[in-house]
Design a protein around this ligand. Structure first.
Ligand code: GTP
Length: 354
């Protein structure tokens, strides 16, 4: 079975991180995100995936490398101009018969995909959407179904008083390929606003399936960091390990240099060639990218640092995200919720957020 991963969005909610690194390859525990999706697809017997790309495709190609990743044969369908979620699917999928797995390229999940594919076949469905329950559905599109799972209606980002159900679109679909002919070519087409309502209007076999598995849209800074906490606590199960040698709940990258006077408390991940000077402290849920340097007496707690970051002496970083090549000045303090784009420079003694 073929999978199409929608991986061409601009990822505006994850700016400034996505200004230099497209969302499908942002690192989770120092592994590009798509590797988690590909490993999961492989676990469920998928061997072939098309990446529907637009924004940042060159970078995605560079990071994923050749024609294979995680045991999956990869190909790329590139839109000259972004075609929207359904337009991208039409552009990427091979024509023909039989079902197709379609995935938003920002969903971390361990749902039983094989089970959903089986259910789709048993029901004789044309389209099956996975649904997940969230506490606050007002930020999403709600999906209502009949008790037997038959699709009833879509409600885009409703006001709190109009919330009728907690179930939202989880961004994992099984679609019969013949349906792709219903997607107009050559223009932007949205899955949620156009294609799915069209399927409803035509009264075809269109079902929702509510999952109880782990599910997270990694597409904003808060969930991006949360995903890594969940991976480190084993709240989500994946076939992917952080690179490096595991010592208890610490993963230490090759050729890293850690002072005997540094204190590390896991779970945490240290990248390749990282350098930690004496008096450094790394607290739980911290992730240090390759070649990151922590100078004397600096502390990191629950922070995610990308590659080549330099943390000055005495600096304190907690629950923040710091992209490639940032320079953090001596005794600076960066607190929860701060997100620094690539190459940012924080002066000595500065405090963020202010
Ligand atoms: P935000 O701007 O932060 O909302 O992120 P986004 O651009 O990724 O949009 P959204 O989260 O709604 O997209 C859901 C999935 O569809 C993501 O995996 C996107 O990469 C993908 N996507 C969105 N628009 C396009 C598009 O025009 N072309 C392609 N190929 N993929 C798209």
């Amino acid at each position: 079975m073929q999978a199409v991963i929608l991986a061409g969005g601009q990822g505006t909610r994850l700016r400034p991180l996505t200004l230099t690194c497209p969302k499908p390859i942002v690192p989770l525990l120092n592994v590009p995100f798509l590797h988690y999706q590909l490993a999961w697809l492989r676990q469920h017997g998928i061997r072939e995936a098309v990446l529907a790309c637009s924004y940042g495709v060159d970078e995605i190609r560079r990071v994923l490398g050749g024609r294979h990743a995680a045991g999956i044969r990869l190909s790329y369908a590139i839109e000259r101009e972004p075609l929207g979620t359904a337009g991208a699917l039409r552009n990427a999928a091979d024509a023909g018969n039989g079902p197709l797995v379609v995935l938003n390229g920002d969903v971390l999940t361990d749902l039983d995909l094989s089970g959903v594919i089986r259910l789709h076949a048993e029901r004789g469905a044309q389209a099956t959407i996975s649904l997940t329950s969230v506490d606050d559905p007002t930020r999403y599109g709600l999906v209502e179904t009949e008790p037997d799972g038959r699709m009833l209606r879509f409600l885009e980002k409703p006001e709190p008083e109009h919330v009728t159900v907690q179930t939202i679109n989880a961004g994992v679909y099984i679609l019969e390929r013949t349906l792709l002919e219903l997607i107009p070519t050559g223009r932007v087409v949205s899955m949620e606003r156009e294609f799915f309502p069209e399927l409803l209007a035509r009264g075809i076999g269109f079902f929702g399936h509510t999952i109880s598995a782990y599910w997270l849209d990694i597409g904003n800074a808060e969930t991006y960091r949360q995903a890594q906490v969940d991976l480190l606590t084993g709240t989500v199960t994946t076939g992917v390990q952080p690179p490096g040698i595991r010592r208890g709940n610490l993963w230490i990258g090759d050729e890293s240099s850690i002072s005997a006077e540094a204190r590390l408390t896991g779970p945490a991940v240290i990248g390749r060639r990282a350098r930690l000077a004496s008096g450094c402290r790394v607290g739980p849920f911290s992730v240090l990218g390759d070649r990151t340097t922590m100078e004397r007496g600096s502390h990191i707690d629950g922070a995610v640092l990308w590659e080549d970051v330099r943390v000055g002496p005495g600096a304190r970083l907690s629950a923040c995200v710091v992209a490639d090549r940032c320079r953090i000045g001596a005794n600076a303090e960066i607190g929860p919720g701060a997100v620094l784009g690539a190459g940012s420079v924080v002066p000595d003694g500065a405090r963020l957020p202010a």
